[in-house]
Each structure stands twice: as structure tokens, then as C-alpha cells.
Write a protein that binds this ligand. Structure first.
Ligand code: ZN
Ligand code: ZN
Length: 121
């Protein structure tokens, strides 16, 4: 009896998880910015970005708040008259999303329409 209930519970959980998984993988390209997306990405902490021991700037990464795939934001330390205090952020995950334009550099679409800027500070 107990084992049967456990099994039923597990099967129910598994169906939910399959549905969720299907929902996530079928998320189509959409350039709308979901509520909270900018705040969530802004909250990730910046890390020093070095290449061959040379500091190129800062970068940060985390799960895209929309598609949950890993995306990254780069703030290249460019020689500018004024220091850069905002950089464009867009989902650039490497997972497949249907309807993605062939010239898009990855992502699920967030930030690929109207540019989204997040603070570098
Ligand atoms: Zn994605
Ligand atoms: Zn995404």
C-alpha cells in the first residue's frame, strides 16, 4: 500500500516534470522583455573578465529568467572619454528556440528587439 502510494506520487511528479520540461524546450523566440527580467539580470554580480591575464572588462552570467538557459552579459572595458555605466543585455543562450532568426547569436529573443541596458555598477 505504502509503496503503491509512493509510486503514484513519483509518477505524478514525473508527469509534471515532463510537462514543465516540454514547456521550457518549446519556448519560442520572443523579443518581449518579461516583467522582472532586467531586475533579475541586473542582480547578478559582475566578475572580472580576463583573457591571457589581461583584464578585458567585466562579465556575468546566470540562468536567463525567461528560458532558464545560461546566458552571459559582457561589459568590455573600452577606452572611452566617459566610463561605460550601462551595457546591453540580451539572452544569448546556446539552446534551440523555435522561430529564432538565422542571423541571431543564440538566445530566446529577450533583448534582441528593443535594446535592454543594465547598469555596470
Ligand atoms: Zn534559451
Ligand atoms: Zn533566454
Amino acid at each position: 500500500m505504502f509503496a503503491g502510494e509512493l509510486l503514484r506520487g513519483w509518477a505524478a511528479a514525473c508527469i509534471l516534470c515532463r510537462q514543465w520540461g516540454g514547456y521550457m524546450s518549446e519556448m519560442a523566440w520572443n523579443t518581449d522583455i518579461p516583467a522582472g527580467w532586467v531586475d533579475a539580470v541586473s542582480a547578478w554580480s559582475w566578475r572580472d573578465w580576463e583573457e591571457d591575464d589581461v583584464r578585458v572588462g567585466q562579465r556575468k552570467w546566470g540562468p536567463c529568467p525567461r528560458c532558464s538557459h545560461t546566458m552571459a552579459v559582457y561589459a568590455r572595458a573600452v577606452q572611452a572619454i566617459r566610463p561605460v555605466d550601462a551595457v546591453p543585455a540580451r539572452c544569448n543562450c546556446r539552446e534551440a528556440h523555435s522561430n529564432r532568426p538565422s542571423d541571431a547569436d543564440g538566445g530566446c529573443g529577450v533583448g534582441s528587439g528593443v535594446p535592454v541596458e543594465i547598469s555596470v555598477r
